[in-house]
Design a protein around this ligand. Structure first.
Ligand SMILES: C=CC1=C(C)c2cc3[nH]c(cc4nc(cc5[nH]c(cc1n2)c(C)c5CCC(=O)O)C(CCC(=O)O)=C4C)c(C)c3C=C
Ligand SMILES: [Fe+2]
Ligand SMILES: [Fe+2]
Length: 363
């Protein structure tokens, strides 16, 4: 079969078949995919069980030997947990759209991000989002982008701190999808961005925005990160260090004194020792120490979800009040704040270097 080089196309050097009966080949574009964790399709037992089964069967999340873990998961954990978690999701469900807040917020982030990318790159860049678990699946989105001519894809896990149960498994899933393709796109993955000045600026501004109208300034800010087993740290996962550093950088950005922000970890799962202190205990301890007014921020979550809207706003708040605390202020995640989206766009631009040029610079 003879081939020619399509020189008049932006992806110059791309091979194009000269045969007239060959199916048309779409103009080469760059895809950018925002990736989040995933969420159940509904709050009923079946939907919750499906979601939790996929999530908790992931060896990046629970890394026990399959033959030991699967019977415990399928016969014990997945009998009760779908009910309990289903209740938690029900209490925060977006009833208007009939979906979880994580999905609503990820879509809103993607729309704003896409609008900014469009104004920078025109139609050369196509933006979409996918989930690691549930829908829209990673495979379906990567396949669709490839079918739409995206021969290069920037895969952007929305986790500021690298974690093997989050960033690594998201990337694994992308490469699993690529394994099935005859024609794979070139792929780049976006690294952790907890040190990015735009991310830190957005976090700091989200704190001052909430503090400004408060009549009583909180005497302590608690940065509550999703926990992982402590063992992961000893096995080389940098998540713990990146969380500690995020707290320090946030404090420096705010210009606050040492000791004004504490780091804690939430959402413990299973009997193993997890990173500590546990947020739920730490806020009670703060109340016992005499802190009457505290605030909580969750820098590892880019979108509010069941872990923030239910666990922090409900369980962790109650723990503080029950121990004698008076006001508990939750600082929402960065969600689709403009300064957050600007930071994400800047991060993506840095990673797109050499792949695509802004429209203004090619004119
Ligand atoms: C062993 C279990 C888990 C590990 C390790 C873990 C790490 C981890 N998770 C996030 C972010 C999110 N987790 C969310 C929900 C969630 N997480 C676990 C378990 C582990 N997570 C479960 C079982 C659940 C479901 C809810 C429940 O049953 O309690 C979510 C919210 C999703 C939503 O739909 O709202 C997020 C986001 C991080 C950042 C992390 C470690 C790096
Ligand atoms: Fe989690
Ligand atoms: Fe939780």
């Amino acid at each position: 079969m003879s081939t020619t080089i399509a020189k008049d196309q932006p992806g110059e050097g791309r091979l194009e078949h000269a045969q007239s009966d060959h199916p048309p080949i779409a103009r080469a574009k760059v895809g950018v995919v925002l990736v989040n964790l995933g969420t159940p399709d509904n709050t009923d037992y079946g939907s919750m069980r499906r979601y939790l089964s996929e999530f908790l069967s992931d060896q990046r999340v629970v890394d026990y030997a399959r033959w030991k873990w699967q019977p415990i998961l399928q016969l014990i954990v997945l009998t009760r947990r779908p009910f309990l978690s289903g209740q938690a999701y029900k209490s925060i469900w977006n009833t208007e759209k009939d979906e979880s807040p994580l999905l609503t917020i990820t879509r809103a982030q993607t729309e704003k991000f896409a609008a900014q990318m469009q104004s920078l790159y025109g139609d050369e860049v196509v933006v979409d989002f996918c989930m690691r678990y549930g829908n829209p699946s990673t495979e379906s989105v990567l396949t669709r982008l490839m079918e739409n001519g995206c021969e290069r894809i920037l895969f952007f896990p929305l986790y500021p701190q690298y974690g093997s149960p989050t960033t690594a498994t998201a990337n694994d899933q992308a490469f699993r999808a690529l394994m099935k393709m005859k024609w794979q796109p070139a792929i780049r993955t976006v690294p952790a961005y907890f040190e990015h000045p735009g991310y830190l600026r957005a976090l700091a501004t989200s704190v001052t925005d909430v503090y400004e109208p408060l009549s009583e300034r909180p005497s302590k800010l608690v940065a509550s990160y999703h926990g992982v087993p402590e063992r992961f740290l000893h096995e080389g996962d940098p998540y713990h260090c990146q969380c500690q550093k995020t707290t320090r950088l946030l404090r420096e950005k705010l210009g606050w004194e040492k000791g004004s922000i504490d780091t804690a970890f939430q959402s413990k799962f299973g009997p193993e020792k997890w990173l500590g202190p546990a947020t739920v205990d730490h806020v009670a301890e703060l109340a016992r120490q005499g802190h009457k007014h505290i605030a909580v921020i969750s820098p590892a979550f880019t979108a509010d979800c069941v872990e923030t809207l239910e666990e922090i706003e409900d369980e962790i708040r109650e723990s503080f009040i029950a121990a004698g605390g008076e006001t508990f202020t939750y600082i929402p995640c960065l969600n689709d704040r403009d300064d957050h989206i600007e930071a994400l766009v800047d991060i993506a631009n840095n990673e797109l270097g050499g792949w695509v040029l802004p429209v203004s610079s090619t004119a």
